[in-house]
Write a protein that binds this ligand. Structure first.
Ligand SMILES: [Zn+2]
Length: 178
């Protein structure tokens, strides 16, 4: 068979490399008051706009979870049980973690929510410190993943239609030979 499978593999690998280069900017998250490092872009999993907070799976040990649990009585926090997060450096409130929440907020339970207003970001590529409120943390990884999967799928589809048209050509020429 003339069709070279390694060609398809190369194309898929090429797509993979391109997406890794585009992937979100590496940065560290800092307390806006005292610059203590509180997290990094690897731990960020999105943002929740209604609370103006960055959602993090992981933060540094300089984010202290208060022992006291509070219960929300108004706004987005109605029926939620949560603890405040404080910066170990300056003791200022930097966010909260929700322990228990109604279904509408179930996806952010147990995540560290850092208030954008209290966070600065150090962008590694440009060596610059910017306010978190000037950036979007809007689930880029997920959107990126969908884009990548689509590109891979389209590359495979191209390849398949190419093979199909070659097979069709061949069956036409074998009919002519008959
Ligand atoms: Zn601080």
């Amino acid at each position: 068979m003339e069709y070279d499978e390694s060609l398809l593999m190369q194309r898929v690998d090429g797509v993979k490399l391109a997406k890794e280069a585009e992937y979100g900017q590496p940065m560290t998250l800092h307390c806006a008051q005292c610059n203590t490092v509180l997290g990094d872009s690897v731990g960020v999993c999105g943002e929740i706009q209604s609370m103006d907070a960055i959602m993090c799976l992981r933060v540094t040990s300089d984010v202290v979870i208060s022992d006291a649990m509070e219960s929300g009585r108004k706004g987005d926090m109605v029926d939620c049980i949560y603890s405040s997060l404080k910066c170990r450096g300056c003791r200022c409130a930097v966010g909260k973690v929700i322990h228990s929440a109604p279904l509408r907020l179930a996806m952010i339970r147990s995540l560290f929510l850092l208030y954008k207003a209290n966070i600065s970001c150090y962008i590694l590529n440009t060596s610059s410190m910017v306010e978190a409120s000037t950036l979007t943390f809007d689930l880029k990884p997920l959107r990126q993943n969908i884009k990548e999967a689509r590109q891979q799928f389209e590359a495979q589809l191209d390849q398949m239609s190419h093979v199909k048209s070659r097979l069709a050509d061949r069956s036409v020429s074998s009919e002519l030979v008959k």
